[in-house]
Design a protein. Structure first.
Length: 218
């Protein structure tokens, strides 16, 4: 992917795909993949540590997406550098604090709307659409679902910034397209265990499903 492609993709989902397509007169290509492919920074791009061992690869498609939040500080630094620093924080917490082999989430969406690959290998698997990497995010669901987490802590009335929400919608829409997952199969972590995760994102799941469905129909 060259520099101009990366900027174009960043603009597409940062400004809202439907609005930008109409504004600049770019027609959506007639294909089975209507959802915009988001710009995702790979583990190599943000400088991840190698996993402790091998991340299991599951051939075929997951049957659901599971939304989380990372319970980090609700920073006002919306930069790409902060997204990378946060990805390091998550990986260190999961590997050093929890003793896991890698970052537990497949992908993380920053408060500034930047998306980083979490569990190493998740990005090429998503782009190919024929496999996924087994994350470590939801007990009993890691061999069935993709884990997508959001930077920040969303209890007690906190709300995600607009850029974060738009990037989450774009990522979920693309993942649903790639893996033929119905928009109705987007869940929150608390649907599968005793946890407050993902905070307000759980209350917003109906809206997320609706916006993902519309994004797939562009």
């Amino acid at each position: 992917m060259d520099h101009h492609d990366r900027i174009r993709r960043r603009l597409l989902f940062g400004a809202g795909a439907a609005g930008l397509l109409g504004a600049v007169g770019i027609a959506a290509a007639p294909s089975a993949h209507a959802a915009v492919e988001p710009d995702i920074d790979s583990t190599a791009e943000w400088g991840a540590r190698p996993p402790n061992g091998t991340n299991p690869v599951i051939w075929g498609s997951p049957d659901k997406l599971i939304v989380h939040h990372t319970v980090s500080a609700n920073t006002e630094d919306f930069s790409r550098e902060q997204a990378h620093a946060h990805a390091h924080w998550v990986q260190d917490l999961h590997m050093d604090g929890n003793g896991w082999r890698d970052s537990g989430y497949n992908f993380v969406v920053s408060r500034g709307g930047w998306i980083t690959e979490g569990c190493t290998g998740s990005l090429p698997a998503l782009l190919d659409g024929d496999r996924f990497v087994q994350g470590i995010h939801t007990a009993g669901q890691n061999t069935q679902g993709i884990g997508i987490s959001n930077e920040g802590s969303y209890h007690e009335g906190a709300e995600p910034p607009a850029a974060q929400w738009e990037a989450l919608v774009t990522l979920c829409a693309y993942a649903c397209e790639q893996y033929a997952i119905p928009s109705s199969e987007i869940y929150g972590h608390m649907d599968f265990g005793s946890t407050l995760c993902p905070g307000i994102f759980h209350e917003r799941l109906p809206r997320l499903r609706d916006e993902v469905e519309r994004a797939r129909d562009l």
